[in-house]
Design a protein. Structure first.
Length: 295
């Protein structure tokens, strides 16, 4: 029976943990290859398919930037099994080294090292990096992360450091995939730093900007005109059959007592069939074709 746990590992009864030695072949570059190994094949494949993701060393990363996902062919070279995870990882690294040599994937391919273990002066293999990363994640408990966070609170960043960060980010282009991934990560997360920063600003400045300040009638009128200019003009059909036109949904709410949210929902139908509970129904002005003065 094949079982997959939350850590992405696959265990098969009678065989043990499953790992793969795999290769990616670039069909547009004389079939040059990248060879890797992992006991978490499904997770590693998902990482490859996310084309905005960093993957492997510099050579394969650069090759991915200059190619399309359809240029590559994935092949499982060998599947290995062991009841001992550490033993399996050693077996995988040894086989990885064999296939890197077989396909000349270091000299004439995309591997940044010869693979395997114990190569002094050679960069760590992808599997070793993956294992170290997991160890660090497991090691840093919630309490440890909180202590680190507390120790960094109030830490002042040097102006020279800020400038370097700014220069490093200048000209960077965020792809739609990157924006979507960030959006997914942040769903349901309260921007604590921004919220606390806003509270601190209000406290340090004795309140919001308009505290103890008075806006002139001219400024109020100008603000209202600006809001009306970019607002949605809406026509309200009252229960008695009369019609009124309002420059914004907020104006319609004030006059009819129907909440802005209800008006916005009603505008999706713009039909007498879908009246609100108050008896009013609404439509956008352009769909009605008339303009009347607002009350």
């Amino acid at each position: 029976m094949r079982k997959r746990n939350q850590d992405g590992l696959t265990y098969i009864e009678g065989q043990g943990y499953e790992g793969v030695v795999y290769s990616y072949r670039n069909t547009t570059e004389n079939d040059k290859r990248y060879v890797g190994c992992t006991p978490r094949e499904r997770t590693r494949r998902a990482s490859w398919r996310n084309w905005s993701n960093a993957y492997g060393g510099a050579k394969i990363a650069n090759a991915r930037k200059e190619s399309e996902p359809t240029d590559w062919v994935y092949t499982v070279e060998e599947r290995l099994y062991s009841n001992n995870l550490e033993e399996l990882e050693k077996m995988l690294e040894e086989k990885e080294a064999e296939y890197i040599k077989k396909y000349d994937a270091y000299e004439n391919g995309y591997n940044s090292n010869y693979g395997g273990t114990g190569h002094t002066g050679v960069k760590r293999s992808e599997l070793t990096c993956e294992r170290i990363s997991k160890n660090h994640r497991d090691y840093q408990t919630k309490e440890t992360r909180k202590k680190l966070s507390d120790s960094l609170s109030g830490h002042a960043v040097k102006e020279s450091t800020r400038r370097k960060i700014s220069e490093g980010n200048t000209g960077k282009v965020r792809t739609e995939e990157m924006k979507k991934a960030q959006s997914e990560r942040q769903k349901g997360i309260e921007p604590v730093a921004a919220t606390e920063g806003a509270k601190a600003w209000v406290k340090n400045n004795g309140g919001g900007f308009w505290k103890e300040k008075t806006m002139s009638e001219t400024a109020r009128e100008n603000m209202k005109k600006a809001q009306q200019k970019r607002g949605t003009k809406v026509i309200a059909h009252s229960p008695d059959g009369s019609i009124q036109t309002f420059p914004t949904l907020l104006d319609a709410e004030k006059a009819t007592g129907v909440k802005v949210g209800s008006i916005a929902n009603n505008l999706r139908h713009s039909s007498e069939k879908y009246k609100t509970t108050t008896g009013y129904w609404f439509e956008k002005e352009e769909s009605y074709g008339v303009t009347t003065a607002a009350d």
